[in-house]
Design a protein. Structure first.
Ligand SMILES: Cc1cc2nc3c(=O)[nH]c(=O)nc-3n(C[C@H](O)[C@H](O)[C@H](O)COP(=O)(O)O)c2cc1C
Ligand code: SF4
Length: 487
């Protein structure tokens, strides 16, 4: 399969035509024929759980921009992005963007860091977001804002975008090879893990001082929190059985409750995964990567290096441990859960379905709508078993013009509590809000999943929507990106 052979959603001029395509693909995601606007709109219904109040069902997903300063402060571009998060009208701001708890834990040298010297900069981001949110919705009533706290683990690159400085928990037969790690590359010791846990405690206290209502202890996309969950082969108290693999989360939460009482905790989880994918070498031509294929080999079975993965058939998911994980969250009184999947580094078609691959990716191995439906269906399955959790869903941007029709149906039919919007925030942040108000949709601003916002950072440039946002299209980085895409 390649992008050319996949029907373009932009060419579907009506909802019935879109639904026909869903049927052709045997997908059963809900989709309404008409939009409901005003107070009855499912997307505008408030959410309440204990002391948590969220004014509507739209969530802004965390979206980083690789555009902070080398010491971890925001720049003008970062401030602009947070302005857009506010402008989205979302009453749940899930994290803003990944903010590292230490310099060593940064995913790139331009990632934000939470530390004493970045407090004024982070405060400005918060204030800007709230200002713009008020301008869109008229008030900041029931606006819940979190900060996503991260350590990038295996994917740390704190000092140069061209130099990986991995902090790994165990040796992974495929990812170690990709990162060129020798067999004796050191794994983090239990003592080093304790010190990272303390970094999370300090970071959470600072987030509370800044006024954030919750912190997200990031457990997704292959970063450190997520890697703990698949540390089956690690020895000692942070690896092996489920209790050990979730010890990091429990110790982070325990410390936060003690240093920052009253601060809510949330978790963004890659709820399922697959084995890493790679471009099919037999179908890669003239520098153009072929469709993605799983890097499976018989000696890797049963597969012991994934979470939410079926060990006998690691291309398929297994919900047993993700369900156990949600039970644990509930036992820890954590009610804010954001479900995503996979990783942008090793299976981007699972994590952010797109028609066009990023420069380090592969042609889509399936119609990206299948990827959207996979995340929606898995989220629905988990949500049904945990009605008390506030569940945010992910990966809707590929729905493009049909985003409001599908998401309003998903909320009404209880597939999910809140719809989290990622890439669409970069092009058309207020899309769902405007649709819920009955305003005309600006089709030219809709994200068409060109993936430049992923390709740019892969080439050491700031992320942004280069094709559709004139701020980036006419920036000094646009020609550098065009050049990088040629190679
Ligand atoms: C440029 C870019 C930056 C992202 N930054 C983050 C991040 O900081 N934290 C995170 O958890 N996910 C991040 N994501 C993933 C998104 O939050 C989201 O899960 C993904 O884009 C799929 O949702 P969508 O289909 O609405 O785009 C990022 C994605 C993109 C494209
Ligand atoms: S570059 Fe723009 S159009 Fe392309 S995926 Fe990113 S936000 Fe969407």
């Amino acid at each position: 399969m390649s992008a050319e052979s996949i029907p373009r959603l932009a060419s579907f001029k009506s909802v019935p035509r879109f639904k026909e395509h869903l049927q052709t693909l045997h997908l059963s995601v809900p989709c309404d024929d008409d939009l409901v606007t005003g107070p009855e709109c499912p997307l505008l219904q408030p959410l309440k759980k204990g002391s948590i109040r969220i004014g509507n069902r739209i969530a802004a997903q965390p979206m980083e921009g690789w555009d902070g300063t080398s010491d971890g402060n925001p720049t003008e571009r970062t401030i602009r992005r947070w302005r857009h998060f506010g402008r989205s009208g979302a009453k749940l701001i899930w994290g803003g963007e990944a903010v590292a708890v230490s310099h060593e834990g940064r995913a790139n040298p331009n990632q934000l860091v939470i530390a004493d010297h970045t407090m004024p900069g982070l405060a400005e981001l918060y204030a800007t977001l709230v200002d713009d949110h008020r301008r869109t919705t008229g008030s900041d009533h029931d606006l819940l804002i979190g900060l996503q706290l991260t350590h990038s683990g295996r994917f740390s690159r704190p000092n140069a975008s061209s130099r990986t400085e991995p902090r790994i928990l165990y040796h992974h037969p495929i990812l170690d090879r990709r990162l060129k790690l020798p067999q004796d590359f050191p794994v983090l010791s239990d003592g080093e893990i304790s010190s990272i846990i303390e970094d999370f405690h300090r970071a959470a206290k600072r987030a509370q001082d800044l006024g954030f209502h919750f912190v997200d202890i990031k457990h997704c996309h292959g970063y450190l929190g997520h890697e703990f969950l698949s540390a089956h082969t690690r020895e000692g108290s942070y690896g092996g059985n489920f209790e050990n693999r979730t010890r990091f989360l429990r110790e982070v939460v325990q410390g936060i409750r003690s240093v920052a009482p009253g601060l809510e905790v949330g978790v963004r989880l890659s709820a399922f995964d697959t084995i890493p994918f790679t471009p099919d070498p037999d179908r890669s031509l003239n520098g153009k990567p072929g469709p993605g294929i799983p890097e499976i080999a018989s000696e890797l079975l049963p597969y012991h290096w994934g979470f939410g993965v079926n060990p006998q058939d690691p291309i398929t998911s297994d919900a047993a441990e993700p369900l156990q994980f949600l039970r644990l969250l509930q036992d820890l009184n954590i009610y804010l859960v954001n479900l995503t999947a996979g990783s942008p580094y090793y299976n981007p078609h699972i994590q952010r379905p797109a028609l066009f691959p990023p420069s380090d990716g592969y042609q889509p191995p399936e119609d990206p709508l299948i990827g959207v439906a996979r995340q929606m269906e898995f989220t629905h399955k988990l949500k049904q078993q945990f009605p008390d959790l506030i569940v945010v869903g992910t990966a809707y941007s590929y729905l493009q013009d049909f985003l409001p029709y599908v998401t309003q149906a998903a909320i009404r039919e209880n597939w999910v509590d809140s719809v989290g919007i990622g890439r669409m925030l970069l092009t058309y942040p207020e899309f769902l809000w405007e649709a819920s108000q009955g305003r005309a949709i600006e089709h030219k601003r809709i994200c068409r999943t060109f993936s430049d916002c992923t390709t740019a950072p892969r080439n050491g440039l700031p992320s942004g929507c280069y094709p559709l946002d004139s701020y980036y299209k006419h920036s000094e980085f646009a020609s550098l990106l065009a050049e990088a895409k040629k190679h």
